[in-house]
Design a protein around this ligand. Structure first.
Ligand code: CDP
Length: 786
């Protein structure tokens, strides 16, 4: 047995390489970095949601010993940095000059010798505010007498943030509704929540006035795209900017945007000529950086002959004070129009209009692919509402309406081409794990005793892996990813990626892809990412795009190396290319397995002084840029079992069954970990997480005391299952998975709560989060808690 055959190679349940340093506390996060001469920055934020700024007096702050500079909008104006472009082609104030437009907006930045002095100095800045009426309700923002938020924009006369965007066929949808025998309508809100990564956002900017080089240390999900933005915003040459992302304590979409604090840190370092560090605290993170969701949805669904036939949706998207929502340019409502779900509909139609409110900007894809979470929530709630009306089992209705296995690739009524699936099979696996019939029997018995048990189902289809350059770009940058693979003479390999891990285990799984394709053990493959000087250009990690795009790039680049290795093997074995066959780790002569040469010996030869095939320059490496032909479409069937306490209205998720199909699994253990994490987040969103505001626009959830995230006490032992339907166009047959559980779980839980309460209390709809107060109010017949 050769050395390589002794070791686990390729796909499988390999322990995460990176965990060795994480569990020993040896991760290297932004706040661990201390540069010589580094100073610290703190940001003064607005206490008002809407107010004119009459004046800012910084003299007392400047007089505090240790304070080096106080930056205001006026200073930034002289550098041309007072406003910055957003990811959605809007503009956003870096520091407020004319007025503040949300509570927590950046007003001034203090640079001082340490972070405590910087924060103390904030208290000494005297801002003369003239409060204005605020509007935080997106529906009210459209009223004619609503205060105008974006008076900085020429020609802006109302709070509309974009023209209405549509998808699907309105006439065909009207026809489907006219022909239907059942129609159900619901108003559904996906409330504002927050990704709340463990590590908040921050940056160290280090501008060298001698060389003009700007070094940035920062935890972000898309370092290359950030560098391009900084080059434009700061007018610096892109190659003179280097971004290094070390370990990142979670991103979940929160670390995709460019925040004003980053621009201030860069401006601060350019002005001060020393490294400037800025790290926000928890309240700043919750109150002012990228929120998620905040979709107000009006919808109707219809059925004919027992099958779902049509869906129409009218959405108001609340974008906050600046439109910095994350989405590919041509999709102003992200991928929301995947709202037709997993069903073979006759027609559907979607309208979305966006609105400015006096709330923090964002609209980030919190563990989702650009609004798919909102879409899945909507359709899965609507299907359940329809099942209630039709008095049929919600799984029966789904089974009758699913796209069938032989319909793939399937063109949806809003223009998506789903790649592959067997929805019926996946649903049946979930029913088997749950023991669905037994659960319904148990529920009937409990109901007879006055106990409130609910069983909730959701079935989601996602579109992840943005995306094909013919359809998708962000700020004009195509959504392709690069990979660069080098095999060293010793046989060890380095693969550089444009994907950026934030804890998803890329150092392990991408090494496994190289291992699977080349037979080099994963421990001998180093995965490099997060340094713009050392990794190929690409758009980063969000929307579960790593496996569909960068994973594919790594497979393709490995195959390129394998092809080169084949030519070298032919030279070594003195045979023709077509006479060689590959098995993991070696090329051998067809019909004579003994006559072969391993990838290690091929590599040695590639670097040796011995003859190489004609045209070969020596060494063994390859580069690719991968343009995915389509998104990948993972899907899953989720079943939640809840108990609602009739005395306290507390919802307990007793069981949660998740059957995911993400195509071929590279590392099933990591996939399961991803699913566990996403399900926990989904439980949080469904039951307790929300960012709300009072009428004046004060944010009511600015700390973990009042923005509740789930703990081990709130999550059950998850029961996972899988089906494997390979993606036909991905080189490995893999689809993304990271966000699926966050997408699929909230509707299952909400459907379960409604299922628990409908018969006894007549509750047929309730918006998230399902806090005891809200559930209790619904049980008393009130829509909202008192
Ligand atoms: O973009 P992000 O890394 O967040 O999401 P992903 O592509 O869904 O991958 C999450 C993690 O699961 C990565 O470590 C993947 O390599 C792994 N994964 C896998 O092992 N098999 C799949 N079919 C999908 C993801």
């Amino acid at each position: 047995m050769s050395a390589i055959e002794d070791r686990p190679i390729g796909f499988g349940r390999l322990k995460r390489k990176e965990d060795a340093r994480f569990i020993r506390g040896q991760g290297n996060y932004l706040d661990d970095i201390r540069l010589p001469g580094m100073v610290h920055m703190a940001i003064l934020r607005s206490p008002f949601a809407h107010a004119r700024i009459n004046s800012i007096d910084t003299s007392a702050a400047l007089a505090l010993p240790g304070v080096a500079a106080v930056i205001t909008a006026k200073d930034l104006e002289t550098l041309g940095l007072a406003w910055m472009p957003t990811i959605s082609y809007d503009t956003q104030a870096v520091l407020a000059g004319d007025k503040v437009r949300f509570q927590g907006q950046e007003v001034a930045a203090v640079i001082a010798t340490d972070e405590y002095i910087a924060r103390d100095a904030l208290q000494l800045i005297d801002v003369d505010y003239e409060p204005l009426d605020a509007v935080v309700n997106a529906r009210k923002a459209l009223d004619a007498d609503a205060p105008l938020i974006r008076d900085d924009k020429e020609g802006q006369i109302d709070n509309l943030a974009s023209p209405t965007w549509e998808a699907g066929d309105e006439d065909a949808t009207d026809k489907a509704f006219a022909e239907a025998d059942t129609v159900v309508a619901r108003d559904i809100i996906y409330p504002r929540c927050h990704p709340a990564p463990l590590e908040t956002c921050g940056m160290i900017a280090d501008f060298n006035p001698e060389t003009g080089q700007l070094d940035i240390y920062n935890g972000n999900q898309a370092p290359h795209a950030h560098r391009t933005v900084y080059a434009h915003v700061a007018g610096l040459a892109e190659h003179m900017i280097r971004i290094r992302c070390g370990d990142i304590g979670g991103g979940f979409g929160n670390k995709v945007p460019v925040y004003p604090g980053y621009v201030c840190a860069i401006a601060g370092s350019i002005v001060a000529g020393v490294p400037v560090k800025w790290i926000e605290d928890r309240s700043e993170n919750l109150m002012s950086t990228g929120f998620a969701r905040d979709y107000i949805m009006k919808s109707e669904i219809c059925a004919k002959d027992g099958k779902i036939t049509g869906l129409r949706v009218d959405v108001i998207a609340d974008h906050g004070a600046f439109d910095s929502t994350a989405q590919p340019t041509k999709f102003p409502a992200g991928f929301f129009h995947i709202v037709c779900g997993s069903y073979d509909l006759q027609a559907s139609h979607v309208k979305v209009k966006a609105v400015y409110t006096n709330k923090a900007p964002g609209g980030v894809a919190y563990r989702c692919s650009f609004r798919i979470t909102e879409a899945v929530y909507l359709v899965e709630r609507m299907v359940d509402a329809l099942a209630l009306e039709m008095k049929v089992d919600p799984i029966d209705l789904r089974m009758r309406s699913f796209i069938k296995e032989d319909q793939f690739p399937y063109e949806t009524t809003t223009g998506w081409t789903y790649d592959s699936g067997d929805y019926h099979k996946t649903m049946r696996v979930a029913m088997d794990i749950a023991g669905y019939e037994d659960l319904r029997r148990e529920q009937a018995e409990k109901r007879a005793r006055g106990e409130l048990m609910g069983i909730g189902v959701s079935f989601f289809t996602e579109g992840v892996g943005a995306g094909p350059r013919k359809h998708m770009d962000i700020l004009g940058l195509s959504m392709n990813d690069g990979a660069d693979l080098r095999i060293h003479p010793s046989g060890k390999a380095v693969v550089s990626l444009s994907a950026q891990t934030q804890g998803q285990g890329h150092e392990t799984t991408f090494a496994q892809i190289v291992a699977e394709e080349l037979g080099i053990p994963p421990e001998d493959v180093e995965v490099r990412h997060g340094d713009t000087d050392k990794s190929p250009y690409g758009l980063g990690t969000y929307g579960s795009r790593s496996t569909p795009v960068s994973g594919a790039a790594v497979a393709v680049v490995s195959r390129k190396v394998r092809d080169k290795a084949r030519a070298i093997a032919a030279t070594i074995l003195e045979t023709r290319l077509e006479d060689l066959a590959w098995e993991k780790g070696r090329w051998y002569v067809k019909g004579d397995r003994e006559q072969g040469v391993s990838i290690f010996d091929i590599t040695k030869r590639a670097y040796s002084g011995e003859a190489l095939p004609e045209g070969f320059e020596g060494g063994l490496d390859a580069q690719v840029i991968y343009d995915p032909p389509n998104l990948t479409y993972p899907y899953g069937a989720y079943i939640a079992v809840v108990d609602v306490d009739p005395e306290t209205a507390h919802v307990k998720v007793r069981r949660f069954i998740a059957v995911d199909d993400c195509g071929v699994r590279i590392n099933p253990m990591i996939v399961e970990g991803q699913i566990h994490g996403g399900l926990a987040e989904g439980i949080g969103i469904a039951l307790m997480e929300v960012i709300t505001f009072d009428a004046e626009g004060n944010c009511l959830n600015g700390s973990f005391m009042d923005y509740l995230i789930p703990t081990a006490l709130e999550v059950p032992d998850f029961e996972l299952g899988e089906t494997v339907t390979p993606c036909p166009h991905h080189p490995l047959g893999a689809k993304g998975v990271g966000e699926s559980p966050n997408v699929g779980s909230p509707p299952a839980i909400v459907n379960a709560v409604i299922d628990a309460l409908y018969e006894s209390h007549g509750v047929d709809h309730l918006d998230m989060p399902m806090t005891p107060a809200r559930v209790w109010a619904a049980m008393q017949g009130n829509a909202e808690p008192p």
